[in-house]
Design a protein. Sequence first.
Length: 144
Amino acid sequence: MQEGVRIHWLRTITAFDGPELTVEAMELDSAGYPRPTGRFEALTADTVILALGQETDTAFLRQVPEVEFARDGTVQVSATMMTGCPGVFAGGDMVPAERNVTVAIGHGKKAARHIDAFLRDHRAAPAAKHARIDIRRRFIPHRS
């Protein structure tokens, strides 16, 4: 947020055209599920990062050329987490994979490396993963 990131809680994208987005404000019902309110807002953004629950609403993405969907409605991505539309990345519950927080976090880290490379006009390879730690060497005492 110190870098100008704005978080819009309980919103769903209903339309977009370039940097212009229309979002609908949601409210939580008595069971804690988001429900539409009929209140809409116009927003402008150069980057949008969706943080969704396990059931994704990809209807707005169906307007984006070259984004492909699996039978179950998930978004097809490459090994770089990019969809068929250059510059549009997806991960977590939105793509075919296990649906748990560990996988979603991993997708986020992987996508971040590839988004960074993409934004650098593909001139830089994605940052390397952290080196693996040999747990035996680190936690099991050596016997002499």
